[in-house]
Design a binder for this molecule. Structure first.
Ligand code: ATP
Length: 643
């Protein structure tokens, strides 16, 4: 359960999150459960605001996107078709001593001397030595005389198989890394533990050899013990549907929300009156049995995703209809979508849209990076993938000392892979009929038709032959590709897709780390004191406005404050606070990230003159400036600032 060491800023943020009710460890009263987190009152509001804003931007404010809310458990065939059953795995290795599991690609490299123990001898080995080898055995408990010890081991093995009496000897290999400057006994101690745990009491170690290693990832960074070879470990959580626990009833908690969108593609298309190009959006829980959950909520086992699958025409179809395909270099991707956009421009467009979204929730462009995956990093079906990275305090630094950033969202051009997979596995067509294509195709001259036919056929063949093994299957794939290309003339094709896939929890963590600031503010006596302030954009702040009666024991002030709360509450989240000095109350709201504070004082009651009656002070969290505004103006003013 121990969290890896994170830097001081992260420690402050984690502690504030617990103290103020943003994020708690799940099941904390039972010691917690690794990789699971609960959102407290402020965190729940923040999360809801972020998801609502995503939905508003991606669905409500567009004409070409429809929403979906699918189940978490779906037919297991979906995960077979998507490739998750066979390939959704991380390379894993286990510590030979503690059995702790590591993700092979995330092990810190280490340097030092590697001691490889090739076995251990149990009690009574000295007598055996005299009998089997002859002469006096060495005195050491730590046998470096490997050749003789090995002969004894071999003699033991020849006499009895290892399983017969493991207490006599153990021929298992145990490598251990001793960091520079540390005594070899450090490694020997772990080696003895290793053989003892395996059933050889008071083991005498046999050292096979030593080797100087640099930047090796073959050892447990905690204790230097050797690791097993990396093996794939499927990240999907399994469960059973129905009362019988059998293999046929196994189902999975979805590891991403996207597949439901593909599986329901035809239904949504038919019921939403959308036409390609159009998108289907979904927000919901996803589950991955991550091997090493870490960096607070960054890598969790239960998390939420906000995913869009945006279906587009294949480039050959665009060319048939528009006569050309627009290029990224022409620059139209930053404006309104155009009919001649192919996958490349649509992909670039979505990268830009998503970056604008992040800026809109308050992450400055300087904290974001676009990482264009290199050709060798791309999944086999992907044409391009861009990761939007945010520079977290725990991000690694590059050679120049700059934070490299961690993935918030991936935007992938996935070709027609997903729909084709579901078409193949379910036997249900995932093709769409496009009236414009049919009409345009008829008007093309023969060489143009042949050229487009050939290119589309080649692309389909590339996909279809991936799974074809036998000559018959290859022949069948060829026939299918030709049939698919013939479909173009009749207006049929499988849409391609661009997938912007974002993690809610990673975005929340980015917003929390970005918002955290320390500065100074005057206390009630005017003395400057340190303050912690969460500078959330008002759009996503958990509480939009706090209302304070200057004094709790003055019923007229309290009544007026309650009136203001009732006026604002139907429009936004409001917090009422009448306890403590006003400065303390501000400080509490600064930590909660509340952008506005409204104080009801004696002026509000008209005690200093009728011109101030029914006015309040409105305090800005960031500038700490206060202005006098009319109560009746508050709803419009605050809504303007928070939208
Ligand atoms: P990573 O490489 O960091 O494991 P990924 O490339 O596997 O991420 P995707 O499968 O592309 O991630 O998922 C899309 C988004 O879902 C990610 O960009 C991230 O924001 C979020 N996400 C994925 N895994 C996790 C996780 N374990 N915890 C929190 N968010 C996650």
């Amino acid at each position: 359960m121990a969290e890896p060491k994170i830097n001081e800023l992260m420690e402050k943020i984690v502690s504030l999150c617990k103290r103020r009710g943003f994020i708690y460890q799940s099941s904390e009263i039972y010691g917690g459960i690794g990789g699971f987190w609960d959102y407290g009152p402020l965190g729940a509001e923040l999360k809801r605001n972020v998801k609502d804003l995503w939905w508003r931007t991606m669905v409500h404010e567009r004409e070409d996107v429809a929403g979906l809310e699918a189940t978490i458990i779906m037919a297991p065939q979906i995960w077979k078709a998507s490739g998750h059953v066979d390939t959704f795995s991380d390379p894993m290795c286990d510590c030979l001593l503690t059995k702790k599991r590591f993700r092979a690609d995330q092990i810190e490299p280490q340097s030092g001397t590697a001691y490889t123990y090739v076995g251990a001898l149990g009690p009574g080995w000295r007598e055996a030595w005299r009998e089997l080898i002859g002469g006096d055995p060495p005195e050491e408990r730590f046998v470096t005389l490997a050749p003789d010890a090995l002969r004894l081991l071999e003699a033991f093995q020849a006499k009895t198989p290892a399983t017969a009496n493991p207490a006599w000897y153990d021929a298992a290999e145990f490598p251990v890394l001793v960091a520079r400057g540390k005594h070899p006994e450090y490694g020997a101690k772990y080696a003895r533990q290793f053989y003892t745990l395996r059933g050889t009491p008071d083991p005498t170690l046999i050292l096979g050899g030593t080797e100087e290693v640099r930047d090796s990832t073959r050892f447990n960074p905690d204790n230097g013990a050797g690791l097993t070879e990396a093996r794939p470990f499927n990240l999907m959580f399994k469960t059973v549907v129905g009362p019988v626990e059998s293999d046929e009833n196994v189902a999975y908690l979805r590891p991403e929300t996207a597949q439901a969108i593909f599986a329901q593609f035809k239904n949504v298309l038919e019921t939403s009156r959308q036409k390609v190009p159009f998108g289907i959006a979904q927000v919901g829980k996803a589950f991955r049995n991550e091997v090493t959950p870490r960096n607070f909520t960054f890598r969790s086992r239960e998390f939420e995703q906000m995913e869009l699958e945006f279906f587009i025409r294949p480039d050959e179809v665009i060319e048939a209809i528009c006569g050309r395909v627009a290029t990224v270099a022409e620059g139209s991707w930053s404006g309104e979508p155009q009919p001649d956009w192919g996958w490349e421009v649509w992909h670039k467009y979505w990268v830009e849209q998503r970056i604008r979204f992040y800026e809109g929730v308050g992450l400055p462009r300087t904290t974001l990076k676009e990482y264009w995956q290199k050709p060798e990093e791309l999944a086999h079906y992907a044409r391009a993938t861009v990761d939007i990275l945010f520079t977290f305090p725990f991000s690694k630094r590059d050679e120049t000392g700059e934070l490299t950033g961690e993935e918030l969202e991936g935007i992938a051009a996935r070709s027609d892979f997903d729909l084709s997979q579901h078409q193949r596995h379910s036997g249900k067509p995932m093709t769409v009929f496009d009236e414009e294509l049919k009409a345009a195709w008829a008007k093309l001259d023969k060489p143009r038709q042949d050229d487009l036919w050939r290119r589309y056929c080649e692309a389909r063949l590339k996909y279809l032959t991936k799974t074809a093994r036998t000559p018959e299957e290859k022949e069948k794939a060829g026939a299918q590709a030709r049939a698919d290309a013939d479909g173009l003339a009749k207006g049929w094709y499988v849409p391609h897709v661009i997938e912007p896939s974002a993690g809610v929890d990673r975005l929340i963590l980015a917003l929390l780390t970005n918002a955290y600031a320390e500065d100074e503010a005057p206390d009630d006596k005017g003395k400057l004191e340190k303050r912690v302030v969460m500078r959330f954009h008002p759009r996503i702040a958990p509480i939009k406005v706090a209302v304070f009666p200057l004094l709790k024991n003055r019923p007229e002030l309290v009544a007026k404050a309650r009136e203001v709360v009732n006026l604002l509450r139907p429009q936004m989240s409001v917090f009422y606070d009448d306890t403590g000095a006003i400065g303390r109350r501000y400080r509490r709201q600064d930590e909660a990230g509340t952008p506005f504070g409204v104080t009801i004082d004696f002026d509000t009651l008209g005690e200093k003159g009728p011109e101030l009656k029914d006015t309040v002070t409105l305090r800005d969290r960031d500038t700490m400036k206060q202005e006098r505004v009319k109560i009746s103006d508050l709803p419009t003013l605050l809504l303007q600032k928070a939208r």
